[in-house]
Design a binder for this molecule. Structure first.
Ligand SMILES: [Zn+2]
Ligand SMILES: [Zn+2]
Ligand SMILES: [Zn+2]
Ligand SMILES: [Zn+2]
Length: 370
């Protein structure tokens, strides 16, 4: 006899294993901790879900996965009993899982977590394709042992997401081809990167617009076309401002250019570096990379990351990334990241770094005379 327990209430943290059964309210479950142990279940009263046929429970689980907002929502259900585990793994459920419900943190990364994401990818979940693609390409692929299985897998996942219209995945592929990540730089890769960037621009991805705008302005990977480049940068700024305005309450939204701000004579929309808007929330894929390499760096490995904190892509070979030409300290995966980072952080830090270096050179010169 199979017994199942469904927890539709949120439990703290993934893997904490506390799922309370709320399905039979007149006779609440005595045990709050549920495990797979068969013997553990014997003698307990069956709950209401046991009377429901699989397809009904499945549709409830689909609803749950489509609205879940943390990984423990799904995982705790799958941990309740064998039946829920079987139904929770159904491709119909995994295909609908939200980005938040599959956004596993580095501290929870484990072979089962990897397997779970692979299952979501197989079920056709586009967000999972992007997330696992980035993890395979940048985190697991970067082992330096000459084994590119993870990189290849990651690329195929990103490609799958891109084919289904995922803008961020398309842009990520563009960055990979621009930098020749795992394949080396070539003119062929550069033009592939350029057409991918164009595709991501058509999908309305701000970073891609900015990257393409700078490429056209500088004639990088494509014939120089300054007016078209300027127009794309303007488009990127406009879209960024619109997104920031629609996603935040009016009171905290950035002032429109010329809207009573002290620098009203300056129009952000024409800036090379984007509008003066608060940085968007970091995407789970980027957060994963940042945390992953933070842990590695604590262990003494040195990997150079893109200085843009909203990106944190790592270099996969030495001198892969572009470096700030003024201070030669900050490095970037792309022009888009450099532009955004200059606007938000680096313009001040760079001047300070240059000033510090001048002082150092001056002091060294003085010391030689003494
Ligand atoms: Zn139950
Ligand atoms: Zn129960
Ligand atoms: Zn600099
Ligand atoms: Zn970057």
């Amino acid at each position: 006899m199979q017994r199942s327990h469904l927890s539709l209430i949120r439990v703290g943290g993934m893997g904490s294993g506390t799922a309370r059964c709320f399905c039979s309210e007149s006779k609440p479950c005595k045990r709050s901790r549920v495990q797979f142990d068969e013997a553990e279940y014997s003698g307990e009263k069956a709950c209401l879900f046991d009377c429901l046929p699989d397809d009904i429970v499945l549709s409830i689980l689909c609803y749950l996965s489509a609205s879940a907002d943390c990984p423990s929502d799904l995982v705790s259900v799958m941990k309740t009993c064998k039946r829920m585990n079987r139904l929770g793994k159904n491709p119909l459920v995994l295909e609908k899982a939200t980005l938040k419900s599959i956004s596993i943190r580095v501290e929870n990364w484990s072979p089962p977590a990897h397997k779970f994401l692979k299952r979501c990818v197989r079920a056709g979940n586009v967000e999972a394709c992007y997330l696992l693609g980035m993890i395979e390409c940048y985190c697991l692929g970067l082992r330096g042992d000459g084994c590119h299985t993870h990189t290849r897998k990651g690329l195929s996942y990103l490609l799958r997401a891109s084919r289904r219209g995922h803008a961020a995945a398309t842009y990520s592929l563009a960055v990979i081809f621009f930098n020749g990540t795992g394949m080396g730089k070539s003119q062929e890769n550069l033009s592939t990167g350029f057409s991918l960037c164009q595709r991501a621009t058509q999908l309305g991805y701000v970073d891609a617009m900015r990257e393409l705008g700078h490429c056209l302005q500088d004639g990088y990977g494509v014939a120089k076309d300054v007016p078209r480049g300027r127009r794309l940068l303007l488009d990127a700024n406009t879209r960024e401002l619109a997104v920031s305005r629609s996603s935040r309450p009016v009171a905290s939204a950035a002032a429109l250019p010329g809207e009573g701000s002290s620098r009203s004579e300056y129009c952000y929309l024409h800036s090379d570096f984007g509008c003066d808007v608060p940085a968007p929330e970091v995407h789970p894929a980027n957060r994963f990379m940042a945390e992953w390499f933070q842990t590695r760096q604590n262990l003494g490995e040195s990997v150079r990351l893109c200085a843009n904190a909203n990106c944190s892509r790592p270099e996969t070979r030495r001198f892969e990334f572009r470096v700030c030409s003024m201070c030669a300290l900050a490095c970037y995966c792309s022009r888009a990241c450099q532009a955004v980072h200059w606007k938000t952080v680096h313009s001040a830090a760079c001047t300070a770094a240059i000033a510090a270096r001048r002082v150092r050179i001056f002091n060294n010169a003085l010391a030689r005379f003494e």
